[in-house]
Design a protein. Sequence first.
Length: 78
Amino acid sequence: MKNENLLERITVNPEVMVGKPTIRGLRITVEHILKALAAGMTVEDILDDYPELEKEDIQAVLLYASELVNEEKVFVIQ
């Protein structure tokens, strides 16, 4: 699946989860999935816990996060 198509899975709606980025309009936030992965959950664990999600949703979350980090500017003051 192309990156553009993956990113279409990430939606922002002020009426869903207070406007936080979610997956396909579901009440599952990008933040929640990232925290689950950081805590050591596997993709399979997440998909088992949230059967409405698809593997491409997790890929979309990671791509979305990488795009945000890519835009960051880091300044080092010495």
